[in-house]
Design a binder for this molecule. Structure first.
Ligand code: FAD
Length: 290
C-alpha cells in the first residue's frame, strides 16, 4: 500500500568523517544523509529503501567554506543558503552564489547541501552544470582513502556519479574567477519545483577585447550537463561582439546530444530554450569579463 512512510532503517550519527566512512563500509545498503531534501522524498516514495542512514550533520568542518590556493573549497555540508550568502564565494567565484540563490525555495536552500546535490546528480540540478563549466574538482573520501575527481568525470549518467561504493563527497573546489574573466548561470525553472528545466552556465576570458577562452555548459537537456564545445569554438580568438554571441548561441541546439523530454517540456523545446539561455549567459559572462 502507498503510505508516504519510509521503510524501517537504522539511524547513525557519526562524529567524524572516519566514523562515517567506516559505517558506510560496513553495510552496502546504507546511505549518507545530508540535507535530506532529495533522499527523504525518495524514501517516502520507496524509490530508495536504505537499510541505514549515516547522518553527516554532526561531522565537524564538513560545511566550511574556505579560500584555498587560487580558489575556494566548499565543504560538502555547506547549504545552498550558506553558499549564496558567503562573502568569500561572492568575491571569489560569484557564479556559484548566483546558482545557489536560484535553487528551489528558502526551505530547500536552508537544508539542501552542495555535497548532496552533486552526489544525487539530478539532471535538473543547478550546481552540476556550473561546476562543469568551471572545471571544478570534487573531493571524495572512502574506504580506500581520498581522491579528487574532475567535474567532467564525476557526473556519469542519470542520478549516477563516479562515486565508488562507500565513498563520500567531502568538498568541492573551484578556481577563483580572475580579472578579465566572467561567468554567468541562467535557468528556466520548473514553475512548481524550481528545478532547472534548462540551466546554462557560461565562463569566458577576454584580453584586449578578444575572447581567449569560452566554455558553455547546458544542464537539464540530457542525463548529465554537456559542454556545447562546438558552439563556442568560433568565439575564441575573435573580438567579443553581440553578433558573435548570437551566432554561437544559435549553434547550441546542434551541439547537444539526444535531448530528454517530459510532460512539461519536450526535448525540442528544451533545445530551443537552451539557445535562448545560452545567448543570455554568454552576454552576461562577457559583460562581467569586461
Ligand atoms: P540528501 O537528500 O540528504 O541526499 C541526496 C543523495 O545524495 C542521497 O543519495 C545521499 O545518500 C547522497 N549524499 C548526500 N550527501 C552526500 C555526500 N556528502 N557524499 C555522498 N553522498 C551524499 N536542486 C537544484 O539543484 N535546483 C532546484 O531548483 C531544486 N529545487 C528543489 C525543490 C524541492 C521542492 C526539493 C525538495 C528539492 C529541490 N532541489 C533542487 C534539490 C535540493 O537541492 C537537494 O537539496 C539536493 O538535491 C540534495 O541535497 P541534500 O543535501 O538534501 O541531500
Amino acid at each position: 500500500m502507498y503510505t508516504m512512510h519510509p521503510a524501517e532503517f537504522t539511524y547513525h550519527r557519526p562524529e567524524s568523517l572516519d566514523e562515517a566512512v567506516s559505517l558506510l563500509a560496513q553495510d552496502a545498503e546504507s546511505r549518507p544523509l545530508a540535507g535530506g531534501h532529495s533522499l527523504l522524498p525518495m524514501m517516502k516514495l520507496r524509490l530508495a529503501i536504505p537499510s541505514a542512514l549515516v547522518d553527516l550533520g554532526r561531522i565537524p568542518g564538513l560545511g566550511e567554506i574556505e579560500a584555498e590556493g587560487d580558489g575556494l573549497r566548499v565543504g560538502a555540508l555547506a547549504t545552498h543558503d550558506a553558499v549564496a550568502r558567503s562573502d568569500l564565494v561572492r568575491a571569489t567565484c560569484p557564479v556559484l552564489a548566483e546558482a545557489a540563490v536560484l535553487i528551489g525555495d528558502v526551505q530547500v536552500r536552508n537544508r539542501g547541501t552542495i555535497g548532496g546535490s552533486v552526489a544525487h546528480a539530478d539532471p535538473g540540478a543547478d550546481y552540476p552544470t556550473v561546476l562543469k563549466a568551471l572545471g571544478a574538482t570534487i573531493n571524495v573520501a572512502g574506504p580506500d582513502g581520498e581522491r579528487e575527481v574532475h567535474a567532467d568525470e564525476f557526473f556519469v549518467g542519470l542520478f549516477e556519479t563516479a562515486l565508488r561504493p562507500g565513498e563520500l563527497v567531502t568538498s568541492v573546489q573551484v578556481l577563483a574567477t580572475p580579472r578579465g574573466s566572467g561567468a554567468a548561470y541562467v535557468k528556466h525553472a520548473h514553475p512548481a519545483s524550481g528545478y532547472a528545466v534548462v540551466g546554462v552556465a557560461a565562463a569566458v576570458s577576454v584580453a584586449e577585447g578578444a575572447c581567449t577562452a569560452a566554455r558553455l555548459t547546458i544542464g537539464g537537456v540530457s542525463t548529465t550537463p554537456v559542454h556545447a564545445a562546438q558552439a563556442v569554438e568560433t568565439l575564441a580568438g575573435a573580438p567579443s561582439s553581440a553578433e558573435a554571441i548570437a551566432s554561437a548561441a544559435e549553434a547550441v541546439a546542434q551541439a547537444l546530444p539526444e535531448t530528454m523530454g517530459d510532460a512539461y517540456a519536450s526535448g525540442g523545446y528544451r533545445a530551443h530554450i537552451a539557445t535562448v539561455l545560452a545567448k543570455r549567459a554568454l552576454t552576461t559572462a562577457f559583460e562581467r569579463a569586461a
